[in-house]
Design a protein around this ligand. Structure first.
Ligand SMILES: Cc1cc2nc3c(=O)[nH]c(=O)nc-3n(C[C@H](O)[C@H](O)[C@H](O)COP(=O)(O)O)c2cc1C
Length: 171
C-alpha cells in the first residue's frame, strides 16, 4: 500500500481513501447574469475564519455553474437536510432546469434559499485561489441563519446518510 503522497498517487486510491472522510452536502446558489437561479452541489464546504468571517469551498475548474457563480460575485450556501438527498441528485443531474420542482424563496438580498434547508450563509465572493484541478473559493459572510435545526445530509464512501448523535444534541 502506498503511504507517500507524490504526483504518482493513484487517482482511484486517492478517491477511495478520501472517501472514508465524511462531509456534509451544500447547495451553492446564486442568480446568474441572465437572471436565472444557479445551483452547485458541493461536499467541500467549510468554515475558514471567524475574524473576518470567511467560509470556503472547492469548485472544480470544469464546473460550468461555478463560472457563472463567480461572475455573479456573491452566493448563498444552503446546508442540505437529511431528507434532501433528492435535491442533491436533482442538482447533479444533466437536466435543463435544475430548479424545476424545487421550492425556494429569495432572501432579502435576492439569493435563492431552498425550502427546508438546515441553514443558509450569504456571502460575497472574497477571493479565488488555485488548487490543482479545483479552486479554493473564499466567501465573506454577509448574513446567515439556521432555517430548520434538523440533522444534515451526510456523504460518506459514495453514499448518503444521516447523523446519529452519540453524545451531542442538535439545537
Ligand atoms: C456529494 C457531492 C459532493 C460534491 N462536491 C463537489 C465539490 O466540492 N466541488 C465541485 O466542484 N463539485 C462537487 N460535486 C460535483 C458537482 O456537484 C457536479 O459535478 C455538478 O454536476 C457540476 O455541475 P456544473 O457542471 O453545472 O457546475 C459534488 C457532487 C456530489 C454528489
Amino acid at each position: 500500500m502506498k503511504t507517500s503522497a507524490d504526483n504518482n498517487t493513484d487517482p482511484a486510491m486517492f478517491r477511495r481513501v478520501l472517501g472514508h472522510y465524511p462531509t456534509g452536502v451544500c447547495l451553492i446558489t446564486a442568480i446568474g447574469e441572465d437572471g436565472r437561479p444557479l445551483g452547485l452541489v458541493v461536499g467541500s464546504f467549510t468554515s475558514a475564519s471567524l475574524d473576518p468571517p470567511l467560509v470556503a469551498f472547492f469548485p472544480d475548474r470544469r464546473s460550468l455553474s461555478w463560472q457563472k457563480i463567480a461572475a455573479a460575485g456573491r452566493f448563498c450556501v444552503n446546508v442540505l437536510a437529511e431528507h434532501q438527498e433528492h435535491l442533491c441528485r436533482r442538482f447533479t443531474a444533466p437536466v435543463a432546469d435544475r430548479f424545476e420542482g424545487a421550492a425556494y424563496r429569495l432572501s432579502q438580498s435576492g439569493l435563492p434559499i431552498l425550502d427546508d434547508v438546515v441553514a443558509w450563509i450569504e456571502c460575497d465572493l472574497h477571493s479565488v485561489h488555485d488548487a490543482g484541478d479545483h479552486f479554493v473559493a473564499l466567501g465573506q459572510v454577509r448574513s446567515l441563519d439556521v432555517e430548520h435545526p434538523r440533522p444534515p445530509l451526510l456523504f460518506f464512501k459514495g453514499g448518503y446518510g444521516q447523523f446519529a448523535a452519540s453524545s451531542s444534541v442538535i439545537s
